[in-house]
Write a protein that binds this ligand. Sequence first.
Ligand code: PLP
Length: 396
Amino acid sequence: MEKMNSLINEAESLLLHTYNRYPIVFDHGDGVRLYDLNGKEYLDFVAGISVFALGYNNKEFNDALKAQIDKIIHTSNYYYNEPAIKAAKRLLKASQMDRVFFCNSGAEAVEGAIKTVLKHAFLKDGTTDHEIIAMEHSFHGRTLGALSVTGNPKYREAFEPGLARVKYAKMNDLESVKALVNDKTCAIIFETVQGEGGIYPATEEFIKGVRKLCDEKEILLVLDEIQCGMGRTGYMFAWQKYGVKPDVMTVAKALGCGVPIGAFLMTQEIADSSLVAGDHGSTYGGNPFVCAAADKVLELFEQNNIIDNVKNVGDYLYERLESVARDHSHIVAHRGVGLIQGLEFDGPVSPIINAALEHGLVLINAGSNIIRFVPPLVISKQDVDEMINILLECLD
Ligand SMILES: *Cc1c(COP(=O)(O)O)cnc(C)c1O
C-alpha cells in the first residue's frame, strides 16, 4: 500500500496533470487479468482502451518483440526494412486497401489522412480553401489537425481555430451531412463506431448514404477505425460489414497491441493522386521494432481465430448487458456490437467505476454517463459472467 501511494504522489509531482487518474499502479498482466503493485488481481474490461487485443503477457507476441530487439530496433525511413514490408502486406490484405503509411499513434494517422485528402483536393483545382465534414461527438485525437475534426467543443475551445475549414454534421443523419456539402467539400470523416463519444455505431443507411453522396460529388470518404477496427466489432474493420469501402482509413490502438504504431491507408487511386516524396514523413514511423509487433499481431489474429471469438463472446456480452439494462431503471440505453459496447446511465458513472475497481474489475467511461466495455479480444464467456456479477453488485 505504502509503495503504491508514494509512487502516486511522486507521479503527481512530476507528470503534467492532463489526466485525472485512478489511484492504482498496475504492475503486470496475464491474459485478461491485471495485477497492481500490491498483488491485487483485476479482471480487465478496458484493454488499455481498446488496445491490448491479444491479452497480456502473450508469449508468442513477447518472443517476437524480443527477437526483433536483438536484431535491430530502428533504422530510418530512408532505408527499407523487412518487418515493415511484412506488416504492410498483412494489413493491406486485411483492410482491402492498397497503400499504407506507418506512423506512431492514432492522432498522427488522422493527421496523415487529413493531409492526404487536402493534397488530393489541391491537385484537382490548385486551391487551398477546401472543407472537411466531420461529426458531432466524434473523437479523432489530440494533435491540432486531429483535434480540428473532433466534434467535442470542450476539447477544442482553447485551441481554436485549428484547421478552420471543418464543419460538423450529426452522426447517422444523412440530411445533416448533405446540408453542409458544397463545391469546396473535399472529404467526410467519421468513426465507423464512435468510441469516446459514447459508442454510437454508424447505421447501415448512413454509411451507405454517405458513400453514395461522396461518389456523386467526388468527395473522399475517410473512416477512422482506430478504436472500432482490428476485429473489435466482429469484422476486421467495422465498415466491412456494410459492403462499402472508404477511400482513406486510419488504424492504431490494437494494431501494435501496446507498441506505439498507427497507420493511414488508402486505395491505389488516392495514392496516385495525393502525397508524394517530400510531402510527409516520420522519424520513428514504421520502424523495424513496431512493425515486427504489428506483423505478429496480425499473424496471431488469424492463427487464433480472434474474430470468431469476438463474434461469439460479443453476442453473449450483448445478451447479458441487455438484461442488465432491462432490470435497472438508471440505465437509459445499451449500444454497440462485438466487443465494443456501452451502457448509458441517467447520471455520472464514476461511482460505479470506482466501486468496480474496489471489487477487482477494470471498467472505463466514455463521456460522463456511459460505461464502455472494450475488453481484450481473447475474453471468454466465463469472464463476461464474472464481469456481470461484479457489475450487478456495484449497481446495487
Ligand atoms: C484513440 C483514438 C484516436 C487517437 O489515437 P491516439 O493514439 O491516442 O493518438 C483517434 N481516433 C479514434 C477513433 C480513437 O479512438
